[in-house]
Design a protein around this ligand. Structure first.
Ligand SMILES: Cc1ncc(COP(=O)(O)O)c(C=O)c1O
Length: 360
């Protein structure tokens, strides 16, 4: 059995998704004939989507891109400039999971800081900038890219205080800042810090559009007009100008409606559920420092977990499959990551709690 849109699923950042679900959702879109078409991802409903995100992220201009990998690449490429280097977290997606895209395709070196940590401190930053300044062959440090929540670090969030310090520091060195906020909504629902408050500290911001808006692909990159307005040419150069993006944009806009408050409610419900489960003393779910929507669920052994998991599935509740691909995320022994997402709203906490306690 696989999860559907009515399941409660503790995997992923949005509702369960599949080819069938996407097809059904497209079928349910209203007024398909009124969707204004784009041409190679320019204009029409795509422009509506971009304008909407410029308002959400409080930036002058936005561009719809096929993937977050491309969004991070373009932002850093533009902000950093030629003959430059960019500082990134060692644990970031752009450093670990993007196949050296910036180094290979744009000739920009990435300097990784904060080995195995979610973040680095200002001392480390100062040291690396000093070393760079006395290097034999001068290169500018044009940009610092920050990922938050940090995917490889159990979704930990960079505290806003650190972001403010980084902002002042970068300003004093005339270094630009990019935010990889693929999971921006998960961060804001956890900290209750509004999206605008985060985005004001960064020149450019990327947010994923496929991870939780039910779409098969998509990313938004927002920033200053002068940086983003001609980026459609860069997108074409990199082969990312999808000829017809309208249906995808319509799907995203449809699911974006009300998402922020749904995610907030789901988050509060999820925390309440985790506390109740821990208080029952039948479960141990770790709430890490600076957590977003990722928590560590302890189990005794894989067989017992699978029996328990199957009982939950009979009630349309899905815990993660221990055999699923983790894409570089390392779990502690006998722990599996569970995630709060809007699928929790499909059942009351009383119902979910009852099924957990009766199935263990
Ligand atoms: C933090 C983060 N940044 C960027 C990306 C890249 O997004 P995409 O898969 O759309 O290229 C991901 C995707 O997993 C991610 O988790």
């Amino acid at each position: 059995m696989i999860p559907d849109q009515l399941s409660v699923s503790f995997s992923g950042d949005g509702l369960p998704n599949s080819t069938k679900i996407i097809a059904e959702q497209i079928n349910q879109l209203k007024d398909l004939d009124k969707i204004e078409p784009d041409i190679y991802s320019v204009g029409g409903i795509v422009e509506q989507l971009e304008t909407k995100f410029s308002a959400i992220l409080n930036k002058e201009k936005s561009i719809f891109l096929p993937t977050g990998t491309m969004a991070n690449h373009f932002a850093i490429r533009e902000l950093s400039g030629q003959n430059s280097k960019t500082i990134v977290q060692e644990q970031s997606h752009i450093y670990q999971d993007s196949g050296d895209t910036l180094q290979t395709l744009s000739g920009i070196s990435l300097i990784p800081l904060g080995l195995n940590k979610p973040y680095f401190n200002i001392g480390e930053l100062e040291e690396i900038i000093f070393k760079n300044s006395i290097s034999r062959v001068p290169k500018n440090i044009g940009c610092i890219s920050i990922e938050s929540p940090v995917r490889r670090q159990k979704g930990q969030i960079i505290p806003i205080e650190n972001i403010k310090i980084l902002y002042d520091f970068a300003k004093s060195y005339n270094i630009k800042l990019h935010l990889d906020a693929a999971r921006l909504y998960m961060m804001s629902s956890a900290t209750k810090i509004p999206i605008h408050e985060y985005t004001q500290y960064f020149d450019t911001v990327y947010c994923s559009l496929w991870k939780y808006f039910g779409a098969p692909w998509g990313a938004i990159l927002s920033g200053p007009n002068k940086l983003v307005e001609n980026m459609f040419n860069t997108r074409r150069m990199f082969g990312g100008s999808i000829p017809n993006s309208s249906l995808n944009a319509a799907l995203i806009l449809n699911n974006l409606d009300g998402f922020e408050s749904k995610m907030n409610n789901a988050y509060d419900q999820g925390i309440d559920l985790i506390k109740k489960l821990n208080n029952s003393e039948k479960f141990n779910i770790i709430i890490n420092e600076n957590h977003s929507n990722v928590f560590e669920f302890q189990y005794n052994d894989a067989n017992e977990y699978n029996v328990f998991r199957n009982k939950l599935i009979n009630n349309n509740i899905f815990l993660p499959d221990l055999n699923s691909e983790n894409y570089g995320i390392i779990n502690s022994k006998n722990f599996v990551d569970i995630r709060i997402n809007i699928s929790l709203l499909n059942k009351s906490n009383e119902d979910i709690f009852k099924v957990f306690v009766e199935s263990v």
